[in-house]
Design a protein around this ligand. Structure first.
Ligand code: NAG
Ligand code: NAG
Length: 425
C-alpha cells in the first residue's frame, strides 16, 4: 500500500522547492521514527486471531465436517483437502466476514491502541507445492486503512514459518517442527522482507513487525534463532527504520535468558520489543490452581516483565483459567481440566466453559474472570503493556474480548478497574 501522506508530502516538498529554496526538504521526507512511543506509552491491544491463520478452536464451524475423522486439523490440511479452488472461495469468504471495519471501530471505541494481526508466510512468500491459498493480503491492505481510521496501531506478526516453528495448528501446520531445516530460515527472511516492504509507506499505522510467533525454544537451536532475530531485524529496519521489531521469547525466561540480547546500549539495535505470552491453562498444575492462586500468579508477573532491559509486552494472554474451550488443545482433543485430554485427571467440570457465550457463563466464573483480568492488566502495565488473545471466537467465551467488554467483564476504558489494587498487597 502506498500512503497518501507520502505523495502529499512529496508534492508539498516539490512545491516548496519551487518557491522557497531554503525549505528543509529532508525534514519532512526524512525518518519519522516509530509512530508509537513504546518507551512512555502503554500498549493496550488485542490480537485478531483465527483470521488469516485458521485455528480450529477459534472457528470450529469451519472444521466441523472433520470432527470425527480428524483428517483436517489446521489451515494446511484444510486447503490440501479442499483443493485450491474450493479453499480459495471458502477462505475469501472467511477473510471478508470474520473481521470487518466495524470490529476495528469497536476496538478503538473500547479504548485500545493496538491490534496484532497474525499472518502466515504463505500469504507473502508461498512455496512451490504448498496447498495454501492467497488473497488475504488484499484484505490486510484494507485492514491497515481501517486501523488508520480507528486510530489504532498495527503489529504484524509472522505466525507461521516454513516447516512450522512450533508444530502447533496455529503455525498453519500441526505436527513436526521442521523450521531451521533446509532453506526454511532464509525463506522466512524472504517472507519478512516482502511483508515489511509492502507496508513501508504505512508506518504511521504499522508500527511493529514480529519476526516469528512462538518458536519452540526447547526443540530449536537457540543460537540459530538469535542469528535469525538479528538478520530479521536488519531486514525489517532495512525496509523502513520506522518499524519497531518484535521478538518472541521462545518460551525462555525473559530476564535470565534474554536480558543483554539486542539491548541498544550493547548492540546498537534500536526499537526492539520483547514479546512474552502468559497463559495459566497449559499444564496440569496450572488448571488445578484456585481462582485466587491465578490472581497471585498474575500479580507476580508484574516484577517479571519489569525486570527486562528491552521494551516488553505480554503479547498474548486470556481471561480463561482452564483449558476447557473446545479443541483448544487441537481438533478432536479434550481438556486437562475435566480429565478428557490424554494423560490428565479430573479437576472440575467444563460445563459452560467449553462452548457457549459470555452471557451464559456462571456468575462465579464471571467474577473469577473479572478479578483475573484486572490483576493481569495491573501486572502487564508494569512494563510496556499487553495484547489480549483474542478479539472474537465462535464459542469460547473466556477468550472473546468483544463480548467480555460488552458484558462489562473487561474494563472500558481499559484503565478502569472493577477490582483495583489486587497486586498491591
Ligand atoms: C546450534 O547452531 C550452532 C550454529 O550453527 C552450532 O554451532 C551448534 O552446534 C548448534 N547446536 C546444536 C545443539 O546443534
Ligand atoms: C458474542 O455475542 C454475540 C452477540 O450477542 C453472540 O451472538 C455470540 O454468541 C457471543 N459469543 C460468545 C462466545 O460469547
Amino acid at each position: 500500500m502506498l500512503s497518501n501522506n507520502f505523495f502529499l508530502l512529496s508534492t508539498l516538498a516539490i512545491s516548496l522547492l519551487g518557491t522557497v529554496k531554503s525549505a528543509p526538504l529532508t525534514f519532512r521526507l526524512g525518518k519519522r521514527g516509530v509512530a508509537f512511543d513504546y518507551q512512555n506509552d502503554k500498549v493496550r491491544g488485542v490480537s485478531l486471531g483465527g483470521w488469516f491463520v485458521l485455528e480450529p478452536w477459534i472457528t470450529p464451524s469451519i472444521f466441523e465436517p472433520w470432527a470425527t475423522s480428524k483428517t483436517v486439523v489446521d489451515e494446511y490440511t484444510y486447503t490440501q483437502t479442499l483443493g485450491k479452488a474450493a479453499a480459495s472461495i471458502a477462505l475469501t469468504n472467511h477473510w471478508n466476514t470474520w473481521i470487518t471495519e466495524d470490529d476495528f471501530t469497536q476496538i478503538g471505541q473500547n479504548g485500545l491502541n493496538h491490534v496484532r494481526i497474525p499472518i502466515g508466510y504463505w500469504a507473502v512468500a508461498p512455496l512451490d507445492g504448498d496447498p495454501y491459498v492467497q488473497g488475504q493480503l488484499n484484505v490486510l491492505d484494507q485492514a491497515i486503512s481501517w486501523a488508520r481510521n480507528a486510530n489504532l496501531k498495527v503489529l504484524l506478526d509472522l505466525h507461521g514459518a516454513p516447516g512450522s516453528q512450533n508444530g502447533f495448528d496455529n503455525s498453519g501446520r500441526y505436527g513436526p517442527i521442521d523450521w531451521q531445516q533446509g532453506d526454511t530460515v532464509s525463506q522466512t527472511i524472504t517472507a519478512l522482507q516482502n511483508l515489511a516492504q509492502r507496508y513501508s509507506d504505512d508506518t504511521d499505522v504499522v508500527t511493529a513487525i514480529e519476526l516469528l510467533n512462538e518458536p519452540q525454544g526447547g526443540a530449536l537451536n537457540l543460537t540459530e534463532l538469535r542469528t535469525f532475530y538479528q538478520s530479521g531485524y536488519e531486514t525489517v529496519t532495512g525496509a523502513s527504520s520506522n518499524y519497531a521489531t518484535a521478538i518472541h521469547d521462545a518460551f525462555q525466561d525473559i530476564d535470565t535468558y534474554w536480558n543483554g540480547f539486542m539491548t541498544p546500549a550493547s548492540s546498537g539495535d534500536q526499537n526492539v520489543l520483547l514479546d512474552t505470552h502468559q497463559y495459566q491453562v497449559f499444564s496440569t498444575a496450572q488448571v488445578a490452581m484456585s481462582p485466587s492462586a491465578h490472581v497471585t500468579a498474575a500479580c507476580a508477573l508484574g516484577s517479571y516483565v519489569a525486570g527486562t532491559d528491552l521494551w516488553t509486552i505480554v503479547g498474548e494472554w486470556t481471561g480463561a483459567q482452564t483449558d476447557c474451550a473446545q479443541w483448544l488443545n487441537g481438533l478432536g482433543t479434550g481438556a486437562r481440566y475435566d480429565g478428557s485430554l490424554a494423560g490428565s485427571s479430573y479437576v472440575g467440570s467444563c460445563a459452560g466453559k467449553a462452548t457457549g457465550t459470555v452471557a451464559d457463563l456462571s456468575s462465579d466464573d464471571k467474577d473469577n474472570l473479572q478479578h483475573f483480568i484486572d490483576a493481569q492488566l495491573d501486572a502487564y502495565e508494569e512494563h510496556t503493556g499487553w495484547i489480549f488473545w483474542t478479539w472474537r471466537t465462535e464459542s469460547a467465551p473466556e477468550w472473546h474480548l468483544q463480548n467480555l467488554t460488552a458484558a462489562g467483564l473487561f474494563p472500558n476504558p481499559p484503565t478502569s478497574r472493577a477490582y483495583p489494587g489486587q497486586c498491591n498487597s
